[in-house]
Design a protein around this ligand. Structure first.
Ligand SMILES: [Zn+2]
Length: 254
């Protein structure tokens, strides 16, 4: 990126207070992908920033890039959508924050993925409109695809047969599906039905708005959650913080 002032549309992924009155934040832009920046005096000049730099905020942003630093300087931000409905309910807020954390973890700075920006905004809207866990699964598979991590979901990756009707197994280490015959000796396999695998493969290609109209059954929700949880953990080498918090919420019966 050349030295200069830029405008962008962005979603704030996270932000922390820094020093006396500044704030450091990470945001995902349509134009340049993920960026980190500092907002000088963000906590003093209420007029310029108000709550616009809070996580989840969808904003128009103006920033200055100095080619000597990785941190851009945030000059101004105006709100497009605060996603305030998400903030009224702890479960929906956690779901929203999960999309932010996953985006932050699966994308790299300096690699614009406009589709990932559009998908993030669209799925935050779906969550705000009351979408359930299926929205999280569809978001996961789309972001894996957009960021180049899509696993092999059509037939056995070893013998290439389609294995119709037969139960399949998913291996995070191998990066996709294997049939029963090819599964011996592979550890950490997750059973998955051909229907679940087919819906995940299709979801990776469909627009978020179309996915918002699909209401998959409990078998898909269970299988896809186990598979994607395991695969994402394998790819990142860790469990996401919001995912751990979701498990706590569930066990508390919230
Ligand atoms: Zn096979």
């Amino acid at each position: 990126m050349k030295r200069g002032t830029y405008r962008a549309r962005a979603v704030v992924l996270n932000s922390i207070d820094y020093g006396e009155s500044d704030r450091i934040l990470t945001f995902y832009t349509l134009e340049k992908g993920k960026l980190s920046g500092i907002a000088k005096g963000a906590r003093r000049s209420r007029k310029r920033f108000v709550g616009n730099l809070d996580p989840l905020s969808h904003i128009n942003i103006i920033y200055f890039h100095n080619d000597k630093s990785d941190l851009v300087r945030v000059e101004d931000a105006s709100l497009i959508d605060a996603f305030s409905v998400l903030k009224t309910d702890i479960e929906r807020l956690t779901d929203g924050c999960y999309l932010l954390e996953l985006t932050s973890e699966l994308t790299r700075e300096g690699q614009p993925l406009p589709a990932a920006y559009h998908s993030l905004v669209a799925f935050l809207k779906l969550l705000e409109a009351g979408a359930g866990d299926e929205a999280l699964r569809f978001f996961e598979i789309k972001l894996l695809d957009q960021s180049g991590y899509l696993p092999h979901l059509t037939g056995c990756l070893s013998c290439r047969t389609a294995a119709e009707g037969e139960r399949l197994y998913f291996s995070s280490a191998k990066g996709g599906l294997v049939c029963r015959a090819c599964s011996s000796g592979i550890t950490g396999l997750i059973p998955v039905s051909p229907a679940t695998a087919a819906l995940l493969a299709m979801a990776a290609r469909l627009e978020p708005e179309k996915l918002g109209r699909l209401k998959p059954g409990p078998a898909f929700l269970d299988e896809s959650e186990r598979l994607l949880y395991d695969f994402i953990k394998f790819q990142l080498g860790k469990e996401l913080k919001t995912k751990r918090f979701m498990a706590k919420l569930r066990s508390a019966g919230a």
